[in-house]
Ligand binder design. Structure first.
Ligand code: ATP
Length: 343
C-alpha cells in the first residue's frame, strides 16, 4: 500500500541482526500502509565494507536532508581507531534526548510495567576523555576518565522530559543521579532538573533517587515509576534493566531526538550470536518504527501497529525464541502482516 503523502526517511539496515529485523519492519510497515519512503544507506561494519567508513559521508548527507532515520544496530570494530558510530551520530545531529519506553506486552515475571526512560544523550562519561598516567616503568599504570555535564544541557533534557510528560499524560518524573558521590557531575543534573520542575509544578511531579537505590526499586516495586530522567551512563544501564522487566532486549525500542534530526532504533546491539540465523525478535525496531510514526503525527497508524504486535503475541501466540516461542523472524513478520490485513 502506498501513502498519498509520502515522507522520505533514511534507512540504515546496520550490522548483525540489523538487516533481518529491518527487513521484517519494512514488510510490516508496507502492510500497514505507512507514509515512509526509504533512502537506504550503510553504516557500521556494513559501511566499512561498502564505502570504507563506518559512518560514510553519503549516509550523513541523507540524514541531514531528511532529518529522520530508522537505524539498525551498528557495530564499532574493536581496535582500528574507530569511534562508536552511534555516539558520532548523536553528536553530529545533536540528538540530545534518548527516549526508551518499556511496556509489558506479554504476561511475564512483571505485569503492567509502563515506564518511559529519558536519557541525556550527549554528556556525562560518554564524552569519554580517557587517558593513562605513567608511573615508573608502566606507561599505563593509572587510567583516568573524565565526564562532563553542563547546566544548559541538563536543563534542556529536563525540559524535554517534562514536555514529554505533558504531551503523553505522564504524571511523575524520577531524576536518577549519584549526587552523594559524584556531587558535581550528577549534582548539576539534579539541580537543573529541580529548577525546571518548578515551571511544571501542579502539572508534573518530580522526585529523585540515587542510581543504586533506583536499580533495586526497579526490581522490588517497578510500578512506583512513571518516567525516569537519567544522565547518559545511568540511562544506558537502567534502560537495559527496564527492558529486562518486559521480556528482554527484543522488546525495547528507542528514539534519539535532537534539534536537527530524529533517529529511531532498537535498544539492543547487533547480537552477533544469533545474526543471520533468522531467529531474531524484530519487535524492538518495530516498536521504534511506531515511535517514528508518532513523531510524524501518525498516531493512528502507530496504534494499529502496536495492536497488531500484541495480538500476534497474545491471541495468535506467535513468538520468537527469546520470548519462549518457536517462531522465526519471518513467521512472526508474516503473522503481524496477516493481523494487519485482517482489519
Ligand atoms: P552492544 O554492545 O552493541 O550493546 P551487546 O553485545 O552488549 O551489544 P546485544 O547485541 O545488545 O548485546 O544483545 C545481547 C544479547 O541479547 C544478544 O547476544 C542476543 O542473544 C540477545 N538479543 C538482543 N537483541 C535481540 C533480539 N532482537 N532478538 C533476540 N535476541 C536478542
Amino acid at each position: 500500500m502506498s501513502s498519498p503523502n509520502p515522507i522520505t526517511a533514511t534507512l540504515i539496515p546496520g550490522d548483525g541482526i540489523g538487516p533481518e529485523t529491518v527487513e521484517s519492519t519494512i514488510q510490516i510497515l508496507d502492510a500497514l500502509g505507512s507514509p515512509f519512503l526509504w533512502d537506504v544507506q550503510q553504516a557500521g561494519v556494513a559501511g566499512i565494507d561498502a564505502l570504507g567508513d563506518p559512518l560514510p559521508e553519503q549516509t550523513l548527507a541523507s540524514i541531514r536532508k531528511h532529518r529522520l532515520a530508522l537505524k539498525g544496530p551498528l557495530t564499532t570494530p574493536v581496535g582500528g581507531g574507530f569511534r562508536s558510530s552511534n555516539v558520532r551520530l548523536r553528536e553530529e545531529f545533536e540528538l540530545y534526548a534518548n527516549v526508551r519506553p518499556a511496556k509489558t506486552l506479554i504476561p511475564g515475571r512483571f505485569e503492567n510495567i509502563d515506564i518511559v526512560l529519558v536519557r541525556e544523550n550527549l554528556g556525562g562519561f560518554y564524552v569519554a576523555h580517557e587517558y593513562y598516567i605513567p608511573v615508573g616503568d608502566d606507561p599505563k599504570a593509572v587510567a583516568v576518565a573524565t565526564g562532563m555535564n553542563t547546566r544548559a544541557s541538563s536543563k534542556r533534557i529536563a525540559r524535554f522530559a517534562f514536555e514529554y510528560a505533558l504531551k503523553n499524560g505522564r504524571k511523575k518524573i524520577t531524576v536518577v543521579h549519584k549526587a552523594n558521590i559524584l556531587k558535581l557531575l550528577t549534582g548539576i543534573f539534579l539541580d537543573a532538573a529541580r529548577e525546571v520542575a518548578k515551571e511544571y509544578e501542579g502539572r508534573v511531579e518530580m522526585d529523585d533517587m540515587i542510581v543504586d537505590a533506583c536499580a533495586m526499586q526497579l526490581v522490588l516495586n517497578p510500578w512506583r515509576f512513571d518516567m525516569l530522567l537519567c544522565t547518559n551512563l545511568f540511562g544506558d544501564i537502567l534502560s537495559d534493566q527496564i527492558a529486562g522487566l518486559v521480556g528482554g532486549l527484543g522488546m525495547a525500542p528507542g528514539a534519539n531526538i535532537g534539534e536537527n534530526a530524529a533517529i529511531f532504533e532498537a535498544v539492543h546491539g547487533s547480537a552477533p550470536d544469533i545474526a543471520g540465523k533468522g531467529v531474531a525478535n524484530p519487535i524492538s525496531i518495530l516498536l521504534a518504527s511506531a515511535m517514528m510514526l508518532d513523531h510524524v503525527g501518525k498516531q493512528d497508524l502507530a496504534n494499529r501497529l502496536r495492536t497488531a504486535i500484541t495480538d500476534t503475541l497474545n491471541i495468535d501466540s506467535v513468538r520468537t525464541r527469546d520470548l519462549k516461542g518457536e517462531a522465526t523472524t519471518k513467521q512472526f513478520t508474516d503473522a503481524v502482516c496477516k493481523r494487519l490485513s485482517s482489519r
